[in-house]
Design a protein around this ligand. Sequence first.
Ligand code: SF4
Length: 122
Amino acid sequence: MDQRTIVCLSCPKGCRVTVKANGDDIKDISGHECPQGIEYAKNEYLNPTRILPTTVRVKNGQIALVPVKTAAPIPKGKIGEAMQKLAEVEVEAPIKLGQVIVENIVETGVDVVATRSIKAKN
Ligand code: SF4
């Protein structure tokens, strides 16, 4: 049986929740102080996701890189592929805060958006 301890980030308490499982078959969850911890630990164990914050290159901008992030969490296993894809992207200034930089990054259904505005050079 696998056993993993996951810190629940659903509230500032940060309970250490222990998941015991045979592969994807969860047998026991303990250490949570409320039911939210069960859902959090289940999701984190079976399908961990993360918001991806990074930067992409800017053409003709007052600065050379724009900070971006995924608009929602994406599967942890797709983070590397998404980083590679974003390394190839160059976006033309001006850029507006919240502008979609890449739609549906690596087929996750999630867009990558700018987290600041950048003016054009001229
Ligand atoms: S299990 Fe409940 S109390 Fe504990 S960190 Fe998660 S949400 Fe907060």
